[in-house]
Design a binder for this molecule. Structure first.
Ligand code: BES
Ligand code: ZN
Ligand code: ZN
Length: 488
């Protein structure tokens, strides 16, 4: 999708549709005079008849609007003006674009409201419309609704920087969604590495893929233990972005993402109901690759390295057994009490490796535990840290990006659960506080580097259609991580 700014609309723009964002109109409030004129007085009519008042995601269509070169104008409600935020604009635009693209609309203009600032508004509009460029029906050979919005005009005199950010973030997020959608038989660790290599070449990033033999030489025993039950060899994907002028040459951001291309649970096998969803157990890794794609386009002034360990967790004849002891890259030994707690094993080695590569600040993202879904549902992801200051930065970015997250506790008392009679630590605690003990496990491999863990098990996948996004992978964390990199 192409996006650009256009200062105003006239009678010769040749548009398939115009979307006008409208704040909720209170009783007796006069409508915006420009919108009233385009609709030929219908806006106040709609308000009086309660047909359309600008409530959140309320819509109304006006055909052949006055003074505009388009067949239709779509009014979309943003809700009360006092509650305005970028997320409402993003959602409204996604809903509008989804409705219009299946009606043959390719060239679309969006008329924003004032109040949020030109850059934030332009960014939210482009992100919202851009989100609709990708759909999960890629393997359908029939009945695919056609097309996407090809050209988006944002009606504003300024906001170029926001527009550019919006395009890159939507693109990175759709890239991550597309990876999360791929089935396990197609997206193996080797295939993920191939795609990362191709993306890196295209985006101008350096890419190294560490293969099985080298992982053995390095001593990545925690990662290799998970991989050994599968015929698919494991990889560790490394992508590098170097800024031209680093704002702080001592800072090096490391983005570590869990990429289990399919998680059967291994010998501690999962029940079959919904096991198909475990194809998205690579969503953390996909988010890091999507963020790197956007980072390559937006060129923040900090060095960023993504480290994506990728394996398939299978119960093969060579699979690791519950009770096995493995030696991680850090040298710490781990008693694998449950082979389904595999994400933390591959992340342990990746976190160690990230520090060896010189990363000074770490963020990991992982579909790590069912427990975080019990705690926070599908609305917010869990945030865990060993450094409150670093966490405050990430939470500010998550707020700015409109990706809801929640800081979870990390008290030392939880560590009591991680005692093994035979090795340095077990890979599971008790049933209680499972997402926290998983994070405490990771902390043993991240310390002393400032580190944040994002448990996105509940937010990386929607199991039903939403007005703004279809059922399937969400691309969560890309927008937050890009905002974070740009803020450093
Ligand atoms: N990939 C799963 C976590 C998960 C669950 C992601 C639901 C998305 C939705 C992870 O590898 C796992 O199986 N975790 C176990 C850990 C347990 C054995 C301590 C879990 O959460 O049940
Ligand atoms: Zn698992
Ligand atoms: Zn998993």
């Amino acid at each position: 999708m192409q996006a650009r700014l256009i200062p105003n609309l006239n009678s010769s723009n040749d548009l398939d549709a115009v979307v006008v964002l409208v704040h909720q109109m209170e009783e007796g409030q006069a409508p915006d005079s420009q919108v009233e004129a385009w609709t030929g007085g219908l806006l106040s009519d709609f308000a009086a008849r309660k047909e359309f008042r600008g409530k959140t995601l309320e819509t109304a269509v006006v055909h052949r609007p006055t003074g505009l070169d388009t067949a239709r104008l779509l009014l979309v409600g943003l809700g009360a003006e006092k509650d305005q935020n970028a997320a409402a604009v993003r959602r409204a635009c996604a809903v509008a674009a989804r409705a219009l693209k299946n009606k043959g609309v390719r060239r679309l203009a969006v008329v924003p409201t004032a109040g949020l600032g030109a850059d934030l508004t332009a960014q939210a509009i482009v992100e919202g419309v851009g989100l609709t460029s990708w759909e999960p029906d890629v393997y359908k050979t029939a009945d695919r609704p056609d097309g996407a919005i090809e050209e988006l005009l944002v009606v504003a005199g300024e906001g170029e920087q926001g527009l550019t950010r919006g395009v890159a973030i939507a693109d990175g997020r759709n890239y991550a969604r597309a990876l999360g959608n791929e089935p396990g038989n197609i997206l193996t660790p080797t295939e993920l590495a191939d795609r990362a290599r191709a993306m890196a070449a295209d985006a101008g990033l350096e890419c190294d893929v560490i293969e099985e033999e080298q992982l053995e030489q390095m001593g990545c025993g925690a990662l290799l233990g998970v991989a050994q039950g599968s015929v698919e060899p494991p990889v560790m994907i490394v992508l590098r972005y170097e800024p031209e002028n680093a704002s702080d040459p001592d800072m090096h951001l490391g983005l570590v993402g869990k990429a289990v291309t399919f998680d059967t649970g291994g010998i501690s096998i999962k029940p079959s109901a919904s096991m198909d969803e475990m194809k998205y157990d690579m969503a953390g890794g996909a988010a890091m690759l999507g963020a790197m794609k956007a980072i390559a386009a937006l060129k923040p002034s900090v060095a960023v390295t993504a480290i994506v360990p990728s394996v398939e967790n299978m119960p093969g004849a060579a699979a690791q057994r519950p009770g096995d002891v493995v030696t991680s890259l850090s040298g710490k030994t781990i008693e694998v009490l449950n082979t389904d707690a595999e994400g933390r094993l591959i992340l342990a080695d990746a976190l160690t490796y990230a520090q060896r590569l010189g990363c000074t600040h770490l963020v990991d993202a992982a579909t790590l535990t069912g427990s975080v879904v019990v705690a926070l549902g599908h609305e917010r992801g869990g945030v865990y840290t060993n450094d409150e200051e670093w966490q405050a930065k990430l939470l500010a970015s998550s707020e700015a990006a409109g990706e809801k997250m929640w800081a979870m506790p990390m008290d030392d008392e939880y560590k009591e659960q991680l005692k093994s009679p035979i090795a340095d630590l077990p890979n599971i605690g008790t049933r209680w506080g499972g997402s926290i003990t998983a994070a405490i496990f990771l902390k043993q491999f991240a310390d002393p580097t400032p580190w944040i863990h994002l448990d996105i098990a509940g937010t990386a996948w929607h199991d039903s259609n939403k007005p703004d996004i279809p059922k399937g992978p969400t691309g969560v964390a890309v927008a937050t991580l890009v905002d974070l990199a740009l803020s450093l």
